[in-house]
Design a binder for this molecule. Structure first.
Ligand code: C2O
Ligand code: CU
Ligand code: CU
Length: 494
């Protein structure tokens, strides 16, 4: 079936492969505050009682390698499965989970440590797995049609030839990324190194990664997914898979790696006691220097690495992480409960890492990508065209620097994500990026009717111009925009 035929069917409501998600149309009793978000909407509302600040924060287990390959590379095995978990107390929710959980186990590696992640598909749907933020040989990137069929597996080679950063792995299946990430297929992947460990940043129990996601639950506890073409938003906030958790902390600094793993919702995070965050990193790792921020705007797929200092709090204090971009049930995220006095051995150095600025005069190519509206069943297009897996739109040359102009011709923000390499933002609507966007990035908030120019260098890996699965993607990370064709692909060539 051609791409367009398949997408047309999807848009017309033909069933995706049988995922056990409830369909929309449920009109249940609304007994919670409304959670609408910015003109987008899901297909219903949660009608069961969701506890707020009653469940502890879930910390996903750290994955352990099961064996090594002939080259001595650790092999991590993850099994994707259909399973049922208790997210809302008293209800069972069918999910797709890596090792049966959502988020999946956290993979932790060091820069330049090569590993294999064996993704075993024991689900009833075909999958691909992408390492978001990862720089790895072509063919290992989880191309949307490089399918892993039920009952089979694929070994993904991750070379980690990149700076320490907070990455995440997630499903990237053609037309169904939104469905399958919503169903649970996402997990953390954290790269570290000796230099970063030497900085004295909060670590151990004082370092946590949290993924914020919004979901809607049906009356029977199942996930409600409507494939809203404008972007699916839920009315219930999950952090690491738990609704509105609390997290017990001491009177010290905490390093929080925040991922917006939502399909479409952006957040603006603040602390209820008015304290500021100290941001130390973004998508591609540490910033040059820490910056103090009173609020954190975060779009889908972006990562923020922040320090929260509870040193001025007293035991018994409670600090809520709030979302000023939400309302009602989406205006709160989680709560920090200060429960113990704690010495603080950590430091936040005033210089974190040097970042060599890429020079625009070194760019050999400038490419312009216009994110716009198409027509009919394909509302989302890039340069006027919907994604076609058989069409490659750019062949950047290995070792060269390019400037990409991301132009938004719509009235809504699109978080544009580029695979393979990290980029630097040259300007946003002609002005230099804000300090929080001045580090290495892979996801860019392109403002309504605005333009973001980014610069990057295509290092290390080439693809095969005749092999489509060696292409890397660029797409909007509002997953329903991606699934409805706001995606393009490029192959790096010699
Ligand atoms: Cu996080 Cu191409 O995706
Ligand atoms: Cu990616
Ligand atoms: Cu979009």
């Amino acid at each position: 079936m051609s791409t367009s035929r398949r997408k047309f069917l999807k848009t017309m409501g033909a069933t995706a492969p049988a995922l056990m998600l409830a369909k929309t149309g449920f009109a249940g009793r609304m007994n919670r505050g409304g959670g609408g978000g910015g003109g987008m909407g899901g297909g219903g509302s949660t009608s069961i009682n969701v506890p707020v600040f009653e469940l502890p924060l879930n910390i996903p287990p750290v994955a352990q390698p099961s064996t090594t390959d002939a080259q001595g590379r650790a092999i991590y095995e993850l099994t994707q499965m259909n399973t049922s978990v208790e997210i809302i107390p008293g209800y069972q929710t069918n999910i797709l989970g890596y090792n049966g959980m959502t988020p999946g186990p956290t993979i932790k590696v060091d820069s330049d440590e090569e590993i294999i992640v064996r993704q075993i598909n024991n689900t009833n749907v075909r999958t691909t797995t992408h390492l978001h933020g990862g720089h790895m040989p072509a063919g290992n990137d989880g191309h949307p049609v490089d399918y892993v069929n039920p009952g089979t597996y694929k070994d993904y080679l991750y070379t980690n030839k990149q700076q320490p950063a907070t990455l995440w792995y997630h499903d990237h299946t053609m037309d169904l990324t939104g469905d399958q990430v919503y169903a649970g297929l996402a997990g953390f992947y954290i790269i570290d190194d000796d230099y970063e460990r030497s900085l004295g940043l909060p670590s151990g129990n004082n370092e946590v990664a949290i993924v914020i996601q919004d979901r809607t639950f049906s009356a029977d506890g199942s996930l409600l997914y409507s494939d809203n073409i404008m972007g699916e938003t839920g009315d219930t906030i999950l952090v690491n898979g738990t609704p509105y958790p609390y997290f017990q902390v001491g009177t010290s600094r905490y390093r929080l790696r925040i991922l917006n793993g939502s399909n479409a919702r952006s957040y603006n995070l603040v602390l209820s006691n008015g304290a500021s965050f100290t941001q130390i990193g973004s998508d591609g790792g540490l910033l040059e220097a820490p910056i103090s921020r009173s609020s954190l705007n975060i779009a889908p797929a972006e990562r923020l690495d922040v320090i929260i200092d509870f040193g001025n709090n007293a035991v018994g204090d409670q600090v809520i992480l709030e979302n000023t971009a939400g309302s009602g049930s989406t205006s709160q995220i989680m709560r920090f409960d200060i429960v113990r006095v704690e010495d603080d051995p950590s430091t936040v150095p005033s210089t974190l890492r040097s970042i060599a600025q890429l020079d625009p005069s070194a760019a050999v190519q400038t490419r312009r990508w216009v994110f716009g509206m198409g027509g009919g069943s394909m509302p989302w297009v890039i340069n006027g065209q919907p994604y076609d897996e058989n069409r490659v739109d750019a062949y950047p040359k290995l070792g060269t620097t390019e400037i990409w102009e991301l132009v938004n011709r719509t009235g809504m923000m699109h978080p544009v994500h580029i695979h393979d390499i990290m980029w630097q933002v040259l300007d946003v609507n002609g002005r230099p990026p804000a300090p929080e966007d001045a580090g290495w990035k892979d996801t860019f908030k392109v403002p309504p009717m605005g333009t973001v120019r980014v610069i990057g260098r295509f290092d290390d890996y080439v693809g095969d111009p005749n092999e489509i699965t060696s292409a890397y993607m660029m797409h909007c990370h509002i997953l329903e925009h991606e699934d409805h064709a706001m995606m393009t692909q490029f192959i790096v060539v010699k």
